[in-house]
Design a protein around this ligand. Structure first.
Ligand code: FAD
Ligand code: DHB
Length: 390
């Protein structure tokens, strides 16, 4: 087997990269170690920045997004009995969209299987080789158990945080890793109940942070700050709804409840690995960086990375020019650190650490964001997404 770009991992990063390359006449093959149904069912992020929507739309993937996605013009910040709306179009002229990562992935897979380049599920033993040369290879075992070798011009490692690509880059470069773990986790639930709010609510509460999001007019997505060691079995549906109602409570407002269809505990960490390239192996998305979920940056950052990478690879493979691939890691990392800062800042402002001095600083910061247009604009610009080339 031979292709121009061998892509490891069929998450949003790998699938969008393959799509963007196809539109520019560059061949690729995507190798995924899970099944199609597993990849399409994984519940993860839900908010798309303006640039993500624009990129998906320009790539011919906007039909269902525009039909079923929900455009949101702001968020509420809630603390000590007040709920304050930040109006994004007024503050920065941009909006965001609620459209689940599962839906983005389904749209990308459908486009790929509809005459797009090969997408192989349930492969195993994936190993990038000869990445120091101009003809790297990926060894793998296909779904029928047959060993295969995929020869490529370039390999894209879009295989997420636990993938095989990052260690290959780290081993061969004088790279650096930065990591911050947080003493919090999110308990996330999906519930068959209409959202009780028009915009997302980010709530500071003495018991801990809570977030009211949604997936559709009839499905709510809600999160509670919990201890990272918390066992999901100890959270009955009743306990979850009671904690959510307490943390969102506001005079004259009520949280509607309904059947919970999915619940899980998500750890929170910041992680950055640099550089994002070694010779012919390029990293993008969670393979190179992780942000805590507060502020909804993870998915958007993965899509932004591959938007940059696709342009750089087209220039390399069609025009034989190396300038953009040489700049890729630095340009991507500038955005990664901006989003890393924003996610850390939102996390630090909203989660209860147990320290009362921290709590007063958080409340002071929340009052500032809700009373100063400049402070609100800073949040709005970051939340709705800075331009890819910023
Ligand atoms: P991934 O989506 O992880 O895709 C990587 C793909 O590579 C996967 O399909 C994996 O199966 C495959 N793979 C791995 N190893 C191999 C291998 N050896 N060979 C072949 N294939 C391989 N972000 C937010 O903004 N908001 C959220 O609410 C949010 N919630 C999240 C909840 C969870 C549980 C997790 C894990 C992440 C969440 N994120 C959230 C982050 C967001 O989902 C990720 O940033 C996003 O999925 C990154 O996309 P990606 O394509 O880089 O990586
Ligand atoms: C969602 C997740 C986030 O991390 C966030 O900040 C907003 C919304 C969500 O899953 O809907």
């Amino acid at each position: 087997m031979r292709t121009q770009v061998g892509i490891i991992g069929a998450g949003p990063a790998g699938l969008l990269l393959s799509r963007l390359l196809t539109l520019q006449g560059i061949d690729s093959v995507v190798l995924e170690n899970r099944s199609r149904s597993y990849v399409e069912a994984r519940i993860r992020a839900g908010i798309l920045e303006q640039h993500s929507v624009d990129t998906l739309t320009a790539a011919g993937l906007g039909d269902r997004l525009h039909r079923e996605g929900l455009e949101h013009r702001g968020i509420y910040l809630q603390y000590t009995g007040t709920r304050h709306k930040l109006d994004f179009p007024e503050l920065c002229g941009r909006t965001v969209w609620v459209y689940g990562q599962t839906e983005v992935v389904k749209d990308l897979i459908a486009a790929q299987l509809d005459g797009g380049p090969p997408l192989l599920f349930e492969v195993s033993d994936v190993t990038p080789e000869d990445v120091d040369t101009d003809s790297p290879r990926i060894r793998f075992t296909d779904a029928d158990g047959v060993p295969q070798v995929l020869g490529c011009d370039v390999i894209a490692g879009t295989d997420g945080f636990h993938g095989v690509s990052r260690p290959v880059v780290t081993e061969r470069t004088e790279g650096r890793l930065w990591e911050r773990t947080y003493p919090y986790a999110w308990l996330g639930v999906l519930a068959d109940v209409a959202p009780s709010t028009d915009e997302l609510i980010y709530a500071w509460h003495p018991d801990g942070f809570a977030l009211h999001s949604m997936r559709s007019p009839s499905v709510s997505r809600l999160y509670l700050q919990v201890d990272p060691a918390e066992k999901i079995e100890e959270w009955s549906d009743d306990r979850i709804w009671t904690a959510l109602a307490t943390r969102f409570s506001l005079d004259g407002w009520e949280l509607e409840t309904g059947p919970i269809t999915e619940k899980s505990v998500l750890p929170m960490r910041s992680f950055v690995s640099a550089p994002m390239r070694h010779r012919r192996l390029f990293l993008a998305g969670d393979a190179a960086h992780i942000v805590p979920p507060t502020g909804a940056k993870g998915l958007n950052l993965a899509l932004a990375d591959v938007t940059l990478l696709a342009t750089a690879l087209v220039r390399l493979l069609r025009e034989r020019q190396t300038d953009l691939v040489d700049d890729y890691s630095d340009r991507a990392l500038a955005r990664v650190w901006r989003c890393t800062h924003f996610s850390w800042w939102m996390t630090s402002m909203l989660h209860r650490s147990g320290d009362d001095f921290d709590a007063e600083l958080q409340l002071s910061q929340l009052r500032r964001v809700c009373s100063s247009e400049a402070a609100a604009r800073e949040l709005a610009e970051n939340y709705t997404g800075l331009p890819i080339d910023d």
